[in-house]
Design a protein around this ligand. Structure first.
Ligand code: ADP
Ligand code: ZN
Length: 622
């Protein structure tokens, strides 16, 4: 009797592993040598059936943290991802690796969805990507109950946080997975979360027992640079020409008009630059995104609408022509550069008008007082980064609770330490001028008064008779602009929210006006080139620069491109640049030798091994 029951239980019990261990999967399927820091621990945790909460910067290698356990455990891993474009890319990339992956989202028709559901039921899938709104439908939950589930991975987990910038209400309902599927491990992953958000994620997703894995936020291969705006278009063109000719990059602007204008300017100079913003027809947008993903050297000029779900590993620069609203936004947007770990640049120009515009937008917004207070603090932190005279990376990382012991040596303030000067007297003059003219004027006018200009507006309003008229001839217009910018950035002056940028005094400037405080100001650097390459930063030099055999490189890329076109996937889905570089360096002659190159897994070896070996055999001997 008992024996019978035992036997029955045994026969319905499913094995929990596929019989492969994580290292084996890493080598055979992904073709990688070793796990990155934390990856190994996370993968073990989840493979053994426990929950995990993972915080890792963009490009840190989050996907592997659930993709490997998905292949180690038996059953199908369900990956919840809010970004349909990303989902499709990831599934395409996994299929290339010989992994059985599929997705369920709103882009597919009934027939396709049915086929995928059938594959899930019959245990044919290793991974199933699913949009959150789809997952929480009772029908889907029922379906999952009758399938064998290896794990749940909740990507972009910060979407459950109402404080975050990407809140999605359907994410809140994902907490039900804990009750509905007890015993099935869940892993939540995000790149942006301070401690408060992390706690919120754990609570709202019922991940109270999950171990937290927090990897540092540092992206050492990204060089951070912020310069005062003089002539934004020219500065951008000079920057690209000097350092990123032919590279793929993203240029962010605040408004649609500026996106269009900037794309045009770049195109006129011969760059492949494409606009991307919510005002363009959906078709054109996705066409531009496709080209960005698939062609080499495309520059996309975009509002912040672009980038969510862009997984392209070889974006070499991210340029901001307007100031982001917070360090979170700055970090996320700049983080789209250099996912492959190769040297990349986060470049920004900003000026007084940016500060004024953002402050006005904020004060004029609909939010309640608490919301505005939080937003104000965020903007202040962003401005703090812009005006800092010490290492920018240290400031950025500290904001996310990460300490960097030494200055980084790979940001503009480290490479060209800015000079400071005693601005006490100049600041007193500036503040007093604001006061004497009635706190009703913008910066251009104020500078005219300080420098004793005889323009008509001044004469008419009688401001040539105030005591601050003409007392500031020792500084140039641009130097005064720099003074005012720093005063606004540091909160001594604010821009009138309803007016046209009239500057007003704040409480904070009292001690300065009374001469009780001295103030050090940043001397804006004369426009000079900061060459990342020559300066010996920490990062190694880009793949492109290490290539001596240009013809060989081109041949390998042509081979990759032909394969990519045939499959209808972006070239990096076939092989990353780093993998091609590895081939060029090692010149493998056999499949065994080729398998040694990082990024060449079993499936790709079988599919593309021969053709790449042929290409390599046809190259000039080194
Ligand atoms: P994230 O999702 O954290 O932004 P990804 O998962 O897209 O990052 O990984 C970034 C890049 O790093 C990918 O191209 C991936 O193939 C590569 N990568 C991840 N883990 C490893 C590893 N252990 N060895 C080599 N490359 C890796
Ligand atoms: Zn630095």
């Amino acid at each position: 009797m008992y024996l019978d029951q035992d036997f029955e239980q045994l026969s319905t019990e499913r094995p929990t592993t596929s019989g492969r261990d994580p290292e084996q999967v890493l080598h055979e399927v992904f073709g990688y040598e070793t796990f990155r820091p934390l990856q190994g621990d996370i993968i073990r945790e989840v493979s053994e059936g426990r929950d995990a909460l993972v915080l890792m910067p963009t490009g840190g290698g989050k996907s592997l943290c659930y993709q490997v356990p998905a292949l180690v455990r038996s059953g199908t891993a369900i990956v919840i991802s809010p970004l349909i474009a990303l989902m499709q890319d990831q599934v395409a990339a996994l299929k290339e690796l010989g992994v059985k992956a599929a997705f369920l989202n709103s882009t597919m028709d009934f027939e396709q969805a049915r086929a995928t559901e059938y594959a899930l039921m019959t245990g044919e899938l290793d991974l199933l990507y699913c949009a959150p709104e789809r997952l929480i439908q009772p029908r889907t939950i029922e379906l999952l109950h009758s399938a064998s589930i290896a794990l749940f991975a909740i990507d972009e987990a910060h979407c459950v946080s109402q404080w975050g910038h990407d809140f999605r209400s359907d994410y809140l309902q994902l907490s039900m997975l804990a009750e509905a599927f007890p015993g099935i491990p869940r892993i939540a992953l995000t790149a942006t979360a301070d401690e408060r958000t992390r706690k919120e994620i754990a609570e709202r997703l019922s991940l109270t027992k999950a171990k937290h894995f927090v990897s540092g936020f540092d992206r050492p291969n990204i060089q951070y640079r912020i310069a005062p705006k003089t002539n934004a278009n020219k500065q951008l063109l000079d920057f690209i020409k000097a350092e990123h000719e032919g590279d793929c990059g993203i240029v962010y602007c605040l408004s649609r008009n500026k996106v269009d204008a900037t794309a045009k300017t770049l195109a006129q100079k011969g760059y492949t630059a494409l606009p991307y913003h919510a005002g363009l027809p959906a078709e054109q947008r996705s066409h531009h995104q496709e080209r960005f993903l698939r062609e080499d050297g495309v520059i996309i000029v975009a509002t912040i609408a672009f980038g969510m779900g862009i997984d392209k590993p070889d974006v070499r620069f991210v340029a901001h022509l307007d100031l982001p609203k917070s360090l979170e936004a700055y970090y996320q947007e700049t983080g789209r550069a250099g996912r492959d770990g190769k040297p990349s640049t986060a470049w920004m120009v900003y000026g007084l008008q940016d500060v004024i515009k953002l402050r006005q937008m904020l004060e004029g917004s609909q939010g309640n007082d608490q919301f505005k207070r939080v937003e104000r603090q965020k903007l202040d932190a962003m401005l703090g980064l812009c005006e800092v005279t010490s290492c920018r990376r240290q400031v950025l990382l500290r904001y996310f609770g990460d300490e960097l012991d030494e200055p980084c040596g790979n940001c503009d303030t480290c490479l060209n330490p800015p000079e400071t000067w005693d601005g006490t007297v100049a600041v007193q003059k500036a503040l007093s001028c604001v006061f004497r003219t009635g706190q009703r004027f913008g910066v251009t006018y104020l500078i005219d008064v300080l420098r004793g200009s005889e323009n008509e507006r001044i004469l008419q309003s009688g401001h040539h008779q105030v005591s601050t008229y003409g007392i500031g001839t020792e500084l140039s217009v641009s130097e005064w602009k720099s003074v005012f910018r720093q005063l606004v950035a540091n909160g001594y002056l604010r821009a009138d929210p309803d007016g046209y940028g009239a500057l007003q005094l704040t409480e904070q400037c009292r001690p300065l006006l009374k001469g009780k405080h001295t103030i050090e100001l940043r001397k804006d650097p004369a426009v000079k080139k900061t060459s990342s390459r020559a300066s010996g930063g920490r990062a190694s030099s880009p793949v492109k620069d290490q290539i001596t055999d240009q013809a060989g490189w081109e041949a390998l890329r042509a081979c990759r491109k032909a394969l990519a076109n045939k499959q209808g996937v972006p070239p990096y889905v076939i092989f990353h640049d780093t993998t091609l570089f590895g081939m060029l360096e090692r010149k493998p002659r056999t499949l065994e030798e080729l398998a040694e190159v990082s990024g060449v897994g079993a499936a790709k070896l079988e599919k593309y091994g021969e053709i790449f070996l042929e290409t390599i055999a046809g190259l000039e001997p080194a």
